[in-house]
Design a protein around this ligand. Sequence first.
Ligand code: DGJ
Length: 721
Amino acid sequence: METISLQTKNTTYQMGVTPNGFLLHLYYGKKVDCNMEYLLTAYDRGFAMNPYEAGNDRTFSLDVLPQEYPCYGTGDFRTAAVNVKNSQGVYGCDLRFRSLSRSEEKYQIPGLPAVYAEKGRAETIEITLEDRAVGVEVVLKYGILADLDVITRSAVIKNTGNEEIVLDKVYSASLDFLQGDYDVLHFYGRHGMERNMERHSVVHGIQSYGSKRGMSSHQHNPFFILADSETNEDHGTCYGVSLLYSGNFNCEIEKDQFNQIRMAIGINNEMFAYPLKPGEEFYTPEAALVYSRDGLTALSQTYHRLIRYHVCRGAYKEVRRPILINNWEATYLDFTGEKIVDIAKQAADLGVEMLVLDDGWFGERNDDFRGLGDWTVNEKKLGGSLAALSDKIHSLGMKFGLWIEPEMVNENSRLYEKHPDWAFVIPGRLPVRGRNQLVLDFSRKEVVGGIFDQITKVIDSAQIEYIKMDMNRGICDVYSAVEGQQNFGKIMHEYVLGVYEFLDRLLKRYPKLLIEGCAGGGGRFDAGMLYYTPQIWCSDNTDAIERIRIQHGTSFGYPISAVGSHVSAVPNHQTGRITDIHTRSVVAMAGSFGYELDLNKISEDEKKEVKKQIRDYKKYWNLIHNGKYYRLHTPGKDTEMAAWNFTSEDQREVLLNVVSLDTHCNSPVTYIKCKGLKADGKYCREGSTRVYSGNALMEIGVPIPVVMGEYKAWQMHFTEC
Ligand code: DGJ
């Protein structure tokens, strides 16, 4: 068997081509210098199908062998990566190896986000498979980021026949494991409580997680980990897969009759049936794979580096983002220009660097029944033009940012009056509403273009350094009012392409603009979106204690720099909980930091605290965003303390963060152990004369003071001395 090996610094990924051209998956894991074909076994298995060319050999069955890109129709009854329907409506294809090519550059994907790397720091392998009878060609693309230990995958499907075919299912990657006792870690949630980590063993049958909501969703995240059942934060084998895609997705994890496991991920095949005319191609989104043999922390840190330096882009990719104040929780839709300036003045006095004007500045948007789609400034409400407001904010020494929700329309708007057909509405049926709004058909170029023109006119009219791009409902009523349009199975995907096109055009036109993603908080928090927006509002839940759990789950697959996180008012607007302003800031600093309240309404002592927070964030920012992030506890599980620390790459600096989640009378002392220090290093703690050894900080820990009151927080900064 001819083998194809992809090597990174510490991992090997190997495939094999059988004499009949089947592409088998041989191995992915710790680096090996070995032909892994020996792992394959062959037995005559009951009810296992055999390809015709196997002749009398009943031991060769694709239902048992590990495959690289399994297709429906070959006798493999496990979950398929691809299923094609020909012009007669016949399902299935039989892909065989045709060729292999290598290039010195990382491939990119037209219209879709993809991992990038400088020339010479990544390579691409392309494997072409074909089924001449159906008339389909599949190019499997592998990006190899050797230094980072990352392998990316995507596929291009081409109709090479003379008649239209339909892609009924087309995943980005499929990974087979011959053996192992694995757990799946997935990140489920709801609005206001996104990305809770859940871990359970992989059982026989298919476990599938995904979204059909038109966005990657609050409910499931397109990031998964398969971990050996013994694996913990610091030890053991685990595999991650992150899909760079912001729409409907599915991840299927199947344990088969012989305890083999298949993990497959890609676009959700419900509401998907993509027609390809002769000569047309389809590009799948990209999946980024990481293997770690050093536990979950190492796996997360690889994803942090990958996304921070090889997915996120733009002027703010590596520099500190402005500390912002957003007026949403301070005013909701009820504000005037004067009120905004009032909020900005106080914030500027305390050191805040940017004012973000949230929802409500346009059209007749004084409640959430109207206005979306009318991207013209409500000068009456602002008491003047947007340029005048932006000038006032700039005269305070602040930058100015603006909220938009381009994909939506209210029926009560001028846009809907003029272009009712731009919204997803099925003729003859009443549309389903969400937050009183309908979704615009972003699969249509003229819709994207129409909204783009409106919004850029506003951006051009004033000095705007930041945009918060929101999306506040899921998509149903999938119907496109395009002449001749007959196949609605492509709309959900083309909608996502439309969103990416909108963002791409925005970034090309305003290369210095910082865009923060948002979808009712973290409903579209995925690696695809991070290609366009280097930070995403992590959740509409700003309660510090609940945020700890949300940010903990988020940290498994996404870097701290990606997490939009703000100090808000108490009692918290989502939970009614009261935490002190220090605790709120310690939690918000584990992200791209900001405020979301009227700072005129806090006490003088709290104002002093805010000034200090801003000084501290500026001081620690580099360590927080570019250092290594360590989860020290699972909130609410191991102890009543939540704890995490940031350690600089050179291990000379550590910022330990601790928050108490409960309080007791006569409480025992909790000792928190740091991670990632030099064992033999000596560390001084800021504000103290004591010297600690790295070993002691890591193995024995730091006593956390016993104090009165709930939800206390500590931030301790150590440097090598
Ligand atoms: C949902 C967002 O997550 C909030 O932060 C805010 O921008 C509102 N939408 C505005 O409608």
